[in-house]
Design a protein around this ligand. Structure first.
Ligand code: BES
Ligand code: ZN
Ligand code: ZN
Length: 490
């Protein structure tokens, strides 16, 4: 999507203007009303549109102007419009006219500040996302027509520079969505590792460990998950050194990259199993974040580590009851091969701790239980550090990718004690997301750590957030991009 900012008030294609509560017009709405001989005011009077946040009107073939479509987007009380409201405004506009035949979407933001303009475009870019690459029979009138976004604004230089880093964040979100959407015959541990390697193009340092390397390091927990697969398991390490001092302790991000989760020998039921192509959503969030940070040259040291495996039933697969020794020497009785994410994560966390991070945060589509607890509205956060949990909460509110903290503690920890080994990989029937977090907690010591369970937010069958597509959300990229800019770049 081509994006440009200028102060030339030229109408073409689809024109979008914001309207405030009680139908208070922005200057753009006033100008459009005048140019169309009062069409805007008439449309407002003839409907229940009052400029409330989220209300919209689309007017086709307006008279008096060269544009083919006009979009009015309510943004609520003028004094209370925040950046997320501007994103939603831009997203709704884009979604309303995406397949209308108009090629250009013009935002008239002439009396609004640079962040408002930049966020409207960011929202439009997120909303424009589709995963259509495998459709061969899409009818022409169902194909997106918008190829460019133009913003009318008073200070185009300021808007352009406010937008520049957001463009990189959007690219990171789009990358994460693409990774989650790709089927597992295309995106498997080996091809995912190559995609991570490709990010060297943006200035990231990327190292790929294969099974031989991991065997040497004793990473048997991770390896035990992939041993039934025809694809070799990988660990990809993506490093960005943007702080003044390359030696400054990094933030380490760890992602669960189970490219397909059949459940292994503890096989999942067939219905809905196809969604498990997205079980690498944690790895996608980390990869997308690294892409965004490198793209906008973040002034922080951040290392992204993703454990890439495929969990398959096979003669060579791990059996329930098998006991394995993870890289840090702790032993695990694998009672259920479908609780595989935690096995991948603990060895990846162990690898991350070798960088002596100031904080370590893992992302994983870890438990179905988190969907029972929180639905698709919030990711679950578990942490041994109140300040870190608080910072994630703030980043969630600021980015729109919200989190909700759940407890950990000794009472839950004992539920994963094993009769035969240091621990077992499942707890009882209750508190499934917490016992999973307790398992990870046994590996992180005193390092400030947070675990983000994104099983309910990495993909959704439907969403009323106009910035989100029908399935893969790219959850985690905006959250971590915001976290890094607020907490690490000072
Ligand atoms: N990948 C799943 C969790 C999941 C479920 C993600 C639904 C997204 C949507 C994970 O590996 C898993 O299978 N977890 C089990 C754990 C259980 C065996 C203790 C679960 O949640 O049922
Ligand atoms: Zn599983
Ligand atoms: Zn899984």
């Amino acid at each position: 999507m081509k994006v440009s900012f200028s102060n030339t008030a030229k109408y073409e294609g689809a024109v979008a203007v914001p309207v405030f509560l009680d139908n208070r017009h922005s200057k753009g709405a006033d100008a459009l009303d005048e140019a169309t001989g009062g069409t805007i005011s008439r449309a407002q009077k003839g409907s229940r549109f009052h400029g409330k946040d989220g209300q919209t009107i689309v007017i086709n073939a307006p008279s008096g102007i060269a544009a083919q479509t006009v979009f009015l987007g309510g943004v609520g009380d003028r004094d209370a419009v925040g950046v997320l409201d501007w994103e939603a405004f831009g997203a709704r506009a884009l979604k309303s006219v995406q397949c209308s035949g108009a090629k250009t979407l013009v935002f008239d933001m002439r009396d609004l500040d640079a962040p408002a303009s930049a966020r409207a475009v960011f929202g439009a870019q997120l909303a424009a996302y589709r995963f259509d690459k495998y459709r061969t029979t899409l009818k022409d009138d169902k194909k997106p027509s918008i190829t460019a976004v133009r913003v009318i604004c008073s200070d185009s230089a300021a808007a352009k520079s406010a937008y520049a880093p957001l463009k990189e964040t959007a690219e990171g979100v789009i990358l994460a969505r693409d990774l989650v959407s790709e089927p597992a015959n295309v995106l498997h541990p080996e091809s995912f590792a190559k995609k991570a390697q490709d990010l060297e193009e943006y200035g990231l340092e990327v190292q790929i460990l294969d099974e031989k390397d991991m065997k040497k390091l004793g990473m048997n927990a991770l390896l035990s998950v992939g041993q039934g697969s025809n694809y070799g398991s990988k660990l990809a390490v993506m490093s960005w050194f943007g702080a003044k001092d390359r030696k400054e302790a990094p933030l380490v991000l760890v992602g669960k990259g189970v490219c397909f989760d059949t459940g292994g020998i503890s096989l999942k039921p067939g219905a809905g199993m196809w969604d498990m192509k997205g079980d690498m959503g944690g790895a996608a969030a980390v990869t997308g974040t690294m892409r965004a940070l490198a793209g906008r040259k973040a002034r922080a040291n951040v290392i992204g580590i993703i454990g890439l495996v495929e969990n398959m039933p096979d003669a060579a697969a791990t059996r329930p009851g098998d006991i394995i020794t993870s890289a840090d020497g702790q032993t695990i009785e694998v009672q259920n091969t479908d609780a595989e994410g935690r096995l991948v994560l603990v060895d990846a966390l162990w690898y991350g701790l070798r960088f002596k991070p100031k904080q370590i945060i893992d992302f994983a589509t870890l438990t179905g239980a988190i969907i029972i607890a929180l639905g698709h509205e919030n990711a679950g956060v578990f942490s041994n550090d109140d300040a870190l949990a608080g910072a994630l909460d703030s980043a969630g509110k600021a980015s729109g990718e919200t989190v909700w903290r759940l407890p950990i503690g000794a009472g839950y920890d004992k539920l994963i004690d094993s009769k035969y080994a240091d621990m077992k990989n499942i707890g009882g029937r209750g508190a499934g997301s917490i016992t999973a977090a307790q398992f990870l907690h046994r590996y992180v010591g005193d390092t400030p750590w947070a675990h983000v369970d994104i099983a309910g937010t990495a993909w959704k069958d439907s969403s009323d957030d106009p910035r989100e597509p029908v399935w893969a959300t790219g959850y985690g990229v905006r959250l971590m991009d915001n976290f890094v800019s607020e907490q690490c770049e000072g």
